[in-house]
Write a protein that binds this ligand. Structure first.
Ligand SMILES: C[S@@+](CC[C@H](N)C(=O)[O-])C[C@H]1O[C@@H](n2cnc3c(N)ncnc32)[C@H](O)[C@@H]1O
Length: 280
C-alpha cells in the first residue's frame, strides 16, 4: 500500500470513532509520527509505498485514537507557544487559550529588569518554559503538587534549553516568605459536577488532578488568590487563566483580597480567559 492509501484507511477508521471531524488531521499526525517524517516529506512521497509503515504499528496507533485517547498522548508531543513539549498522562495537554496567559505575562514582565516569576501548577512546564524562552533575564520558578508532572516539566525545560527552578508544592505552601514580581497560574477550575458532560478525551485520559475543583470550580482559586497576595512584591501582578462564566466570581475574590487594576483578557471566542490583578 502507498502512504496515501494508508492515510485514507486511517481516516476511514477514525471516522467511526468519537471524533470524526478530526479524522483526517489525526490520521495524518499519527502516520507522520509512525514513519518519523515531516508533513512536507509526506506531500512529495505520498504515492510511494513505504516499507517502514508496517500495518501493525500504524493500526495500533489508529486503534488507540478510536477509543478517544488524545493524539498528543499517543505521539507524546504537543506544540505550545511555538515550542515542542513532551506530554504524558500525568500532565494536562497545554491548550491554545493558555497562550493568552503567556502573552500577558510577557507584556507585564518585559517592563522589569530582572523579574521573579512563579508558575503555580506547572504541569508539563508549558507556561514557565515559554516565558523563560522569551525572557532570558527572568528568574522563573515553577511548582506543582504532582512529582510526576514535575519530572515531565524538568525534561521539557531541559529540551528547550530554558533553566527553570522546579519545586514540589501544594499551591504556594513550600515558598515560606519568598516574594515574586509576577505569579501566573492555570489551575484546575472545571467544576467537579461537570465531569460527566466532558468530552471522552478529556474525562477519560487527562489527569483529574489537573482539571477539577470543588465549589463550582472556584475552590483552588480561593486559596491561590489569598496565598499569591502574601507572596507578591508590592506592585506585583497575579495572572490567572479562568473558566467560562467565572470572571465575576474571580473579580469579587480579587477585590476582597485587596488586589486592584483588575482586567480580563478575552480569548479568540471573546470569553474572558485571563484575569490580571495588581497588588497595591
Ligand atoms: C490545568 S493544569 C495546568 C498545567 C499547565 N500549567 C498548563 O497550563 O498546561 C493544573 C495543574 O495544577 C496542578 N495542581 C493541582 N492541584 C494543585 C495544588 N494544590 N498545588 C499545586 N499544583 C496543583 C496539577 O497537577 C496540574 O499540573
Amino acid at each position: 500500500m502507498t502512504l496515501r492509501e494508508w492515510l485514507a484507511w486511517g481516516e476511514t477508521e477514525l471516522r467511526a470513532g468519537p471524533h470524526p471531524a478530526k479524522a483526517r488531521m489525526d490520521a495524518e499526525l499519527l502516520l507522520l509520527h509512525h514513519i518519523g517524517k515531516s508533513r512536507a516529506w509526506l506531500i512529495t512521497h505520498r504515492d510511494e509505498s513505504y516499507a517502514g509503515c508496517s500495518s501493525i504499528g500504524f493500526a495500533e496507533l489508529i486503534k488507540r485514537r478510536t477509543t478517544g485517547e488524545p493524539v498528543q498522548y499517543i505521539t507524546g508531543t504537543c506544540e505550545f507557544y511555538g515550542l515542542q513539549f513532551h506530554v504524558a498522562p500525568h500532565v494536562l495537554i497545554p491548550r491554545p487559550e493558555t497562550e493568552h496567559l503567556v502573552e500577558k505575562a510577557l507584556e507585564l514582565a518585559r517592563e522589569l529588569p530582572s523579574p521573579r516569576i512563579l508558575d503555580v501548577g506547572t504541569g508539563s512546564g508549558a507556561i514557565a518554559v515559554a516565558i523563560k524562552h522569551h525572557l532570558s533575564n527572568a528568574e522563573v520558578t515553577a511548582c506543582d503538587i504532582s512529582p510526576e508532572a514535575l519530572a515531565i516539566a524538568s525534561s521539557n525545560a531541559a529540551q528547550n534549553h530554558c533553566p527553570v527552578r522546579l519545586v514540589e508544592s501544594n499551591l504556594l505552601s513550600a515558598f515560606d516568605t519568598e516574594q515574586f514580581d509576577l505569579i501566573v497560574s492555570n489551575p484546575p477550575y472545571v467544576p467537579s459536577s461537570d465531569r460527566a458532560s466532558l468530552d471522552v478525551e478529556v474525562r477519560d485520559y487527562e489527569p483529574a488532578l489537573a482539571l477539577f475543583a470543588d465549589e463550582d470550580g472556584l475552590a483552588i482559586f480561593r486559596r491561590l488568590i489569598l496565598q499569591s497576595f502574601a507572596h507578591l512584591a508590592s506592585s506585583g501582578y497575579l495572572l490567572l487563566e479562568i473558566g467560562h462564566g467565572q470572571h465575576q466570581a474571580i473579580e469579587s475574590l480579587l477585590l476582597s483580597t485587596g488586589f486592584n487594576a483588575i482586567e480580563f483578557t478575552p480569548d479568540l471566542q471573546g470569553i474572558p480567559r485571563v484575569a490580571s490583578a495588581r497588588k497595591p
